[in-house]
Design a protein around this ligand. Structure first.
Ligand code: SF4
Ligand code: SF4
Length: 250
């Protein structure tokens, strides 16, 4: 079995996305807080939630509407066509397959939760995004805040301990030196991440649509950025090279 180890990928911080918003704002060439309601921001940059938005979780957002980007997670930024690494945990509104906010209505070109939209949406004006940048610096909403005092948080913490993204990254990078033992470790992490979602659903009756908020997006999809693929045959898991792996531009 062969493995591809990616050591020279271009890593960028989440600030790269903010630079995109800067450019979006320049396109309008104005310095006033004006919104023409073209929907461009909703179609390209769905927001993350801040602590101040916590009151919206429940009344406005079902857990199934949200997902978690975990600290250290490598994500593909469609806007920049680059990989970025999140330096912190973010709770985000889910996107459609085209990357649009799920609350954006194409026909009416409007937000279906406009009066209850989160702070980042309220503060964003492409003509002058200064308030948005200030809002982005505010304390971010986390799973610890949402599930504070709930036993689910213990499950989340144990999952984070067993298979966090920093551990995944360092273990993948150690394949070259540690060989099979590193591969076994990665498969254990991927398996744990896979099984906890099934058990949470079957044993604890937690809705399947909540899993990406509770445990982030599946680790099996995160490894594609390293050129790896998890293959399952019955009860066995194999790590292989992804046939359609495309190395990120550096
Ligand atoms: S803030 Fe700008 S990009 Fe967003 S809907 Fe308004 S005009 Fe369009
Ligand atoms: S919540 Fe509403 S305003 Fe915010 S990105 Fe989604 S559709 Fe746009």
């Amino acid at each position: 079995m062969k493995f591809l180890l990616v050591t020279s990928k271009a890593y960028y911080t989440i600030l790269e996305s903010l630079r995109y918003l800067n450019r979006l704002s320049k396109g309008f060439n104005m310095k006033a807080k004006i919104c023409k309601r073209c929907g461009r921001c909703c179609r390209t940059t769905p927001p993350s939630l801040l602590e101040e938005d916590i009151g919206l979780v429940g009344p406005v957002f079902d857990f199934g509407d949200l997902y978690t980007i975990r600290e250290g997670e490598t994500v593909w930024d469609n806007l920049e066509d680059k990989l970025i690494v999140s330096p912190y945990e973010l709770i985000k509104i889910k996107e459609t397959a085209d990357g649009e906010c799920i609350f954006y209505n194409h026909n009416s070109k409007s937000c279906t939760i406009y009066d209850s939209r989160p702070l980042q949406c309220r503060e964003f004006y492409c003509t002058d995004p200064s308030d948005f940048f200030k809002a982005f610096e505010k304390p971010k909403l986390t799973r610890a805040k949402i599930f504070s005092g709930n036993n689910i948080l213990k499950l989340i913490e144990e999952h984070e301990r067993q298979c966090n993204h920093t551990l995944l990254d360092s273990t993948i990078k150690s394949i070259e030196t540690d060989g099979d033992s590193a591969v076994e470790k990665i498969i254990r992490m991927l398996r744990y991440d896979y099984e906890i979602r099934i058990l949470a659903n079957s044993r604890l009756n937690i809705d399947q649509t909540y899993m990406d908020l509770l445990f982030g997006r599946p680790l099996s999809s995160a490894i594609k950025y390293y050129g790896l693929l998890l293959r399952q045959e019955g009860n066995s898991f194999y790590l292989t090279l992804s046939p359609d792996y495309q190395k990120a531009p550096s």
